[in-house]
Design a protein around this ligand. Structure first.
Ligand SMILES: C[S+](C)CC[C@H](N)C(=O)O
Ligand SMILES: N[C@@H](CCS)C(=O)O
Ligand SMILES: [Zn+2]
Length: 342
């Protein structure tokens, strides 16, 4: 029986996770990895600056995460907005082309990775046919707060002037472009409040966006999202949206993840995606990370197993995590799952 679009969307991520072996690995910090390679992100465009200045570096970071075992790579469009590019003097057409380019770079990295695997015969061979590791390209959409470039995605306080309609209008064209860019899904990331989650949900519906999406929130206490809105309410908004195929948490210190996964599971049976940051704190003025109790890769790994037991099924890292973090996550989960399957 042929499934309709809605049924296909509903099971899209659960099917993907199953195809990956029961869990999926998401990539790690993208912008901070560009920085580790020498990029200067002290700019209102933050990582989106590299779409203009160093696309080769973007491709390289995507490839490094694929080499580390990622099943999902997230494009460099987090802070790439038409409004942000226009403020820098780009035309509307140039801004739209840069958005598309963010997804194309991720696709190119995937092609290079697959070609390399085929040449090196690294792929798993089954019944005489090689099967390729399933890999999706997610188009990143950062919040309105990310565009403000003042760290507002970690407060979620946009003030009374920022209404639901304003947020929808702010995101509308970018979401349309990314939905038609060839990306496999849209990753709404580091979402700081329930108003923006509502704006995304209404936008997906109003614009008839027909690729899947995930909504991922950020928290600094393990109970609420950063604005103080309840994670239960935010996850419920995501759960009610038929285009949403996973709900989760990103760019949040690892120590808060477990309770957040449990809360999300209370209101949604959609796959849960988690990709915490290193536990360090971002200073939006200097655009630098302040060491607090950052989590080393080995610690991360011991947490991941608990998050999986709490009900998450997609795991990666956000700011200040690296390909080593992702390699460690991938190894820990593959060992856990191979023990369980024996
Ligand atoms: C997720 S935060 C570290 C992104 C950067 C922020 N929007 C800024 O421009 O300062
Ligand atoms: N995908 C983005 C999220 C920033 S919070 C990045 O990794 O740079
Ligand atoms: Zn982050």
């Amino acid at each position: 029986m042929m499934l309709g679009k809605v049924e296909r969307t509903t099971s899209f991520m659960a099917d993907f996770v199953e195809k990956c072996g029961g869990y999926a690995v998401v990539d790690g910090g993208f912008a901070t990895e560009l920085e580790r390679h020498g990029a200067d992100l002290n700019d209102p465009l933050w990582s989106a600056k590299c779409l203009v200045s160093s696309p080769h570096l973007i491709r390289r970071v995507h490839l490094d995460y694929l080499d580390a075992g990622a099943n999902i790579i997230i494009s460099g469009s987090y802070q790439a907005t038409i409004q942000g590019f226009e403020a820098k003097g780009f035309s509307r057409e140039e801004a739209e082309a840069l958005l598309k380019k963010s997804v194309e770079l991720a696709y190119e990295a995937r092609e290079i990775y697959y070609d390399r695997c085929a040449k090196d015969s690294w792929d798993f061979v089954e019944s005489g046919r090689s099967t390729r590791r399933p890999i999706l390209v997610a188009a990143s959409v950062g919040s309105y707060g990310a565009y403000l470039a003042d760290g507002s995605e970690y407060s979620g306080n946009y003030g009374d002037a920022v209404t639901l309609e304003k947020l929808k209008d702010f995101h509308r064209r970018r979401v349309q472009i990314l939905a038609n860019s060839g990306a496999d899904l849209i990753a709404f990331e580091t979402t700081p409040n329930k108003l923006e989650a509502k704006a995304y949900a209404e936008l997906l519906e109003e614009e008839g966006i027909d690729i899947p999406a995930w909504f991922s929130f950020t928290s600094k206490d393990g109970i609420n999202v950063v604005s103080g809105d309840s994670i239960l309410e935010c996850a419920s908004i995501a759960d009610s949206c038929k285009q949403v195929v996973a709900v989760g948490i990103n760019c949040t210190p690892p120590r808060f993840i477990h309770s957040l996964v449990s809360s999300i599971r209370k209101v949604s049976s959609k796959p849960v995606v988690i990709y915490p940051n290193s536990g360090e704190t971002y200073d939006a003025v200097s655009k630098q990370w302040i060491r607090s109790n950052g989590v080393v890769d080995e610690d991360f790994v011991s947490y991941v197993e608990k998050w999986q037991e709490a009900g998450a099924s997609l795991f990666g890292g956000c700011c200040r995590t690296t390909p080593n973090t992702i390699r460690a996550i991938s190894k820990a989960l593959s060992e856990k799952f191979s023990v369980n399957n024996n």
